[in-house]
Design a protein around this ligand. Structure first.
Ligand code: NAP
Length: 315
C-alpha cells in the first residue's frame, strides 16, 4: 500500500487546472456584466437536505459568487412533489436573470424512478448548464454542443492542459451513465481516441482496461481499479467519489500512518475514488481523489453558465 506522497505516478492536479479555468472565466464574466448590465445568472435547485448535496451546492454557490456570477438557491423540502419541482424549473426557465439552471442530484426517491429524467427534459436546453438535456446530448453526439456535462468536460481539460496525448491513443472508460461515462467516451472519441466503454457486464474487465493509454474510472466503487487494470505508464483518471465510514474499506486501501488513513482517524469518514492507491506504482499519471476531477466539475459549471449567458446575449 502506498500513500499519495510516496507514489511514482505524476499527479494530475485538478485543483490547479480548475484555478486556471476560473481565471479565464473571471474577465469574461466581467465583460459580460459590463455589456449586459447584469452578471450571468445561475439558479440552483436543491430538494431536501441530503448532507453530500448540501456540501456540493454550498461549493457551487461559493465558487459562482467568487467568479462574479449571480447564483440563487431555490430550496424545496424533501416532501416536495415532482410537480412542485417542475414548477420551480418552469419559473427559472422563464427568468430573464437566470442563464443557467442546475437541479442537484439525487432527487428524493419518493419523487419516483423517472423524476431525474423528467427534470433533465424540463430544463430549457439553452439553460442546461449540466449538459443533460437530450438536445445537448444529441449535439454532443454530433460534436457541436455548447453545453457539455461538467465532469467529463473537466476530465478533458485536465488531460489536455496536462499535455496528455489523446488523439491516436487507446482510451477505456469504465462506467456508462448518461451523465459521466457516455459523454466522457464521446468527448474522447471526438478527440480521436479509440474508445472502449466498459460496464458491469463487461467480461475480462482488467484485461480490457489494461489496453488503455488513458483509463477513466467512473463507477462509484472504492478502490475497484487495481494495478492489474493498468498498463504500465498509462494515465488513470479517477472520477469516483464515494463517501465511506467503513473502517475495513479504509484499511484495505490506505496504509497505517498514511495521510488518508490519518484523515479517516480524525473525521471517521473519507471520500474515496474508484482507483486503488497501489495504481500509483504502475500508472504514468494519476488524478487523485480528492483534488482531481472534483474541482474541475465546479470550474466547468461556471464556464457553462458563462457560455449559456453569452449565447443568450448574442444568439
Ligand atoms: P452510476 O450512474 O451509478 O453509474 C455507474 C457505472 O459504473 C454504471 O455504468 C455501472 O455499470 C458501472 N459499474 C458499476 N459496477 C461496476 C463493476 N463492478 N464493473 C464495471 N462497471 C461497473 O454513477 P455515475 O453517476 O456515472 O457516477 C460514477 C462515479 O462518479 C460515482 O462515484 C460518482 O459519485 C462520481 N461522480 C463524481 C463527480 C465529480 O465531480 N468528481 C461527478 C459525477 C459523478 P452498469 O451500467 O452495467 O450498471
Amino acid at each position: 500500500m502506498v500513500d499519495i506522497a510516496e507514489r511514482a505516478a505524476r499527479v494530475l492536479d485538478g485543483a490547479a487546472v480548475a484555478r486556471e479555468i476560473r481565471s479565464e472565466v473571471a474577465p469574461a464574466v466581467a465583460d459580460f456584466t459590463a455589456r449586459a448590465g447584469r452578471p450571468p445568472g445561475l439558479g440552483i435547485v436543491l430538494v431536501g437536505n441530503d448532507p453530500a448535496s448540501e456540501v456540493y451546492v454550498g461549493s457551487k454557490l461559493k465558487s459562482a459568487g467568487e467568479a462574479g456570477l449571480r447564483a440563487d438557491l431555490e430550496r424545496l423540502p424533501a416532501t416536495a412533489s415532482l410537480a412542485d419541482l417542475l414548477a420551480v424549473v418552469d419559473r427559472l426557465n422563464r427568468s430573464e436573470v437566470h442563464d443557467g439552471i442546475l437541479v442537484q442530484s439525487p432527487l428524493p426517491a419518493a419523487m419516483g424512478a423517472d423524476a431525474e429524467r423528467q427534470i433533465f427534459d424540463a430544463v430549457r436546453a439553452d439553460k442546461d448548464v449540466d449538459g443533460f438535456h437530450p438536445i445537448n446530448i444529441g449535439l454532443l453526439v454530433q460534436n457541436r454542443a455548447t453545453l457539455v456535462a461538467c465532469t467529463p468536460s473537466g476530465v478533458i481539460e485536465m488531460l489536455e492542459r496536462s499535455k496528455i496525448a489523446i488523439a491516436g491513443t487507446r482510451a477505456v472508460v469504465i462506467g456508462r451513465s448518461d451523465i459521466v461515462g457516455k459523454p466522457m467516451a464521446l468527448l474522447l472519441l471526438h478527440r480521436h481516441a479509440t474508445v472502449t466503454i466498459c460496464h458491469s457486464k463487461t467480461p475480462n474487465l482488467p484485461q480490457v482496461a489494461a489496453e488503455a493509454d488513458s483509463l477513466v474510472a467512473a463507477i462509484g466503487r472504492p478502490g475497484f481499479v487495481t494495478r492489474d487494470f493498468v498498463k504500465p505508464g498509462a494515465t488513470v483518471v479517477d472520477v469516483g467519489t464515494t463517501p465511506i465510514s467503513d473502517r475495513a474499506i479504509v484499511e484495505r486501501l490506505f496504509a497505517p500512518g498514511s495521510k488518508r488513513r490519518e484523515a479517516f482517524e480524525r473525521r471517521g469518514q473519507l471520500v474515496v475514488g474508484d482507483v486503488h492507491p497501489e495504481v500509483a506504482e504502475v500508472a504514468g499519471a494519476l488524478s487523485p481523489v480528492p483534488g482531481g476531477v472534483g474541482p474541475l466539475t465546479i470550474a466547468l459549471l461556471l464556464r457553462n453558465t458563462l457560455r449559456a449567458a453569452q449565447a443568450r446575449l448574442y444568439p
